[in-house]
Structures are given as C-alpha cells and as structure tokens.
Design a protein around this ligand. Sequence first.
Ligand SMILES: *Cc1c(COP(=O)(O)O)cnc(C)c1O
Length: 385
Amino acid sequence: MSSIKIPILDLKPQYQAIKSEIQAAIDAVLESGQFVLGPTVANFEAEAARYLGVKHAIGVNSGTDALIIGLRALGIEAGDEVITTCFSFFATAESISNIGAKPVFVDIQADSFNINPDLIEAAVTAKTKAIMPVHLYGNPAAMAKIRAIAAKHNLKIIEDCAQSFGAVYKGNCDGCEDTCDDAIRQPLMGRRAGSLGDVGAFSFFPTKNLGAYGDGGLITTDDDRLAELAIMLRMHGSKQKYCNEMLGYNSRLDAIQAAILQVKLHYIDLWNQQRRQVAKTYSQLLEGVADVITPALSDGHVFHQYTIRILGGKRDHVKKSLADAGVGSMVYYPFPQDRLPIYDGQYPANPVSDELGKQVLSLPIWPELSAETSQFVVKTLRASL
Ligand SMILES: *Cc1c(COP(=O)(O)O)cnc(C)c1O
C-alpha cells in the first residue's frame, strides 16, 4: 500500500503562506480589547460589501444563521412556502423549516447540479413567498430565469452563497442561451454571488472558499430596510441596546474572525483562480475516461468542490479504492434534502437528484493542490475503474 496520503482538503499550506499576517491581525484584536462586532468587524463588513458589489454586508455567527436571519428579514413566516433545491447541505432547508416555513423542493439540472429553473414555476402556489437557490460547489445558479420567475410571481430571492464566495454570474449555466429575457440577464452579467437576489447568505466555516478559523457568516443586501432588520435580528431584535423591538438572536461575528477574514479577503481571487486551475487539470486528465462525467468549467465557478459523476453503479467502489490508496474523497450529498429522514415521505420523487446522489464524488481540491497530486488522484481513480 502506498504511503501517500491525500486528504480531501488541506488547510495547512494556506496558513503557512499567510501566517505572519494572520498572527499580526489576531494580535491587534487582542490588544484592542474589543471582541464582538466593533470597528474590526465593521471594517471587514465594508470591504466585503465593496468586493461583493452590494450596499450592505452584515456579519453573523454562521452561514446557517445568515439564512435564518435573511429569511426573517424578508418577512418569511410560519406557513409560508420557500422554493429551494433538492440538492444541498441540510442547512439550506433547515433554515426554512426552523422558522416554521415549508421548504418546497425542486429538482436539479444534471449538468450544473443546481436548481432547474424550468421546474420552478410549477412549484409556485398561493403560499410561496421566496426562492432560495444554492450556488452549489461554487457554480452560480440560473439567476436570470430565477429572477424572471420571482418578478412574475412577486417572490423574494435569498441566495445560499455558502459555497460560492467570489463566484461570478456569467450567464453560461443558465441552460437558456436564450429563451430567457436578455433584459434581465444582461445586467446580472459579471456580478458576484450574493448580489444577484434580494438577500445573500455566506458561510465562513473553515472549509469554505473564504474560511475563518472558527464559525462565521455574512448577510448581503442592497436594501436599506432589510439591512436594518438583519442588524436588529443579529442583536436580540434591538437597534438600541436594551430596547428590544422583536424576537431576534445572539448571532454576531467575532472580531478575531473578522480580522482573519479581512486578511484572507485580499487573497480570495488568487485562491479561486488556483482552484479553477486545479479543476481544469482534473478535467484534462479525466477526459475520455469511460463512466466519468466531469463538471462544466464555467468561468465564474469557484470550485468549492470539484465534483464528478461516476456512472454504472461504481461510485462507492471508486470511493473505497481511492481511500485504500490514501486518497480522500467525499459524497456531497448522499441524500437529497427531500430524502432526509426528517422529511420522510413528505415529498414526491425528484428523479435527477435521486440519481445524482448515487453518482457524485468530490475529489481533493484546495488552492495549493499541485499538478502531481491531481495526477496521482486521477491515476488511482482510473485504476479503480
Ligand atoms: C456550509 C453550508 C451552509 C451552512 O453554513 P454554516 O456556516 O456551517 O452554518 C449552508 N448552506 C450550504 C450550501 C453550505 O455548504
């Protein structure tokens, strides 16, 4: 057996590269004596808002809280329906269920892994209040079509951007080359995830493209009123200390995490570019391999994950062979959200996501992953087929 060990993600090289900057940033917070919100968080929020191209960025405890507070700010309540994708981490649907609303699951497009915009309209009912697309694996969803549907039915859009910090909408995964309205699509071109709907929700969990060294999250919006509500909700429903106007949360971003994130924000474009290069290398090496479908290499994709499909019922065998050879891989996600035990039997079949749950395999990816490492991963994978 080989002694090489390749994890699915290695955060250590990144830390080594920016260690002195990170330590200085943490030290400045320790010296300042201000650990929750305060000027360090405000500076990071302002810089993140500029980078993402939004008017407001509001730091919170986690991506999950960003979704919950985003939904609450939009006025989503118990009994409302929110349309979302089958294929995501449970935090997506959980945020909807946690505020008493009902997630309505829509199947995905096999080539983008994202919500299929052509199936959304059939899921709209009198109770529908919002659509929550997820830019899965770092690939922007079909936002032009989604916005057209939202406008027609007077729905809000809350983007789950947990996997897509820095991703750019390029219109190329719309699958609509142009049945959709160019008047809606053109103004979105070149804009970043988090600026494509009414509210964006980001996660800074350490494994995400922009990761903290602990938990953290961010809410983005261009709407002053929504920003004001989000700021109140993260602080026990108060604008003014000890004057609480609504039920909120204790969900604020730590100054130490904000300081770390601000250092990392300066590198995010480089890191995302490196991830794209890793993805390109994998796709070249995997070209023509039978029973393997590689992901679309769209420009705006930031490859939080590099996820292939393995056909012929061989996915689990490949995963095990990789593990035996010391190569990490993961299935994101074995069960579509509508198939989770918590929603047992409540939802009709969504054939594409049911099928892809059995095919997907995410390979090791991080910005510094070398070409030699991708070659070893692919060699091992090919041998297992
Ligand atoms: C990570 C993730 C979340 C939740 O973020 P946390 O910061 O872990 O709460 C939500 N949605 C998706 C798609 C995610 O990948």
